[in-house]
Write a protein that binds this ligand. Sequence first.
Ligand SMILES: Cc1cc2nc3c(=O)[nH]c(=O)nc-3n(C[C@H](O)[C@H](O)[C@H](O)COP(=O)(O)O)c2cc1C
Length: 63
Amino acid sequence: MRYVYLEAGAAAQNLHLQAVAEGLGCVWVGGFHDEATADILELRSPLTPLILICVGYPLSGTE
Ligand SMILES: Cc1cc2nc3c(=O)[nH]c(=O)nc-3n(C[C@H](O)[C@H](O)[C@H](O)COP(=O)(O)O)c2cc1C
């Protein structure tokens, strides 16, 4: 299980770096309702959400 969290963190960081490289804004969200999120994403066991990543266009002047 240790590797699941290590690899999820590395993947999330890479996604964050790529988003920034493309001029996008990115925030991680670790506090969410696990079951509701799995339901809306139609994730079935053993898949489970570990982190949400919001990607969008940053407000100008905040980069
Ligand atoms: C692993 C991780 C989990 C996070 N989870 C949350 C979260 O659940 N809720 C939240 O508001 N910010 C969370 N953050 C912080 C946001 O990603 C973001 O950095 C913060 O909201 C600051 O955004 P701002 O620069 O637009 O003010 C988390 C950051 C990390 C690294």
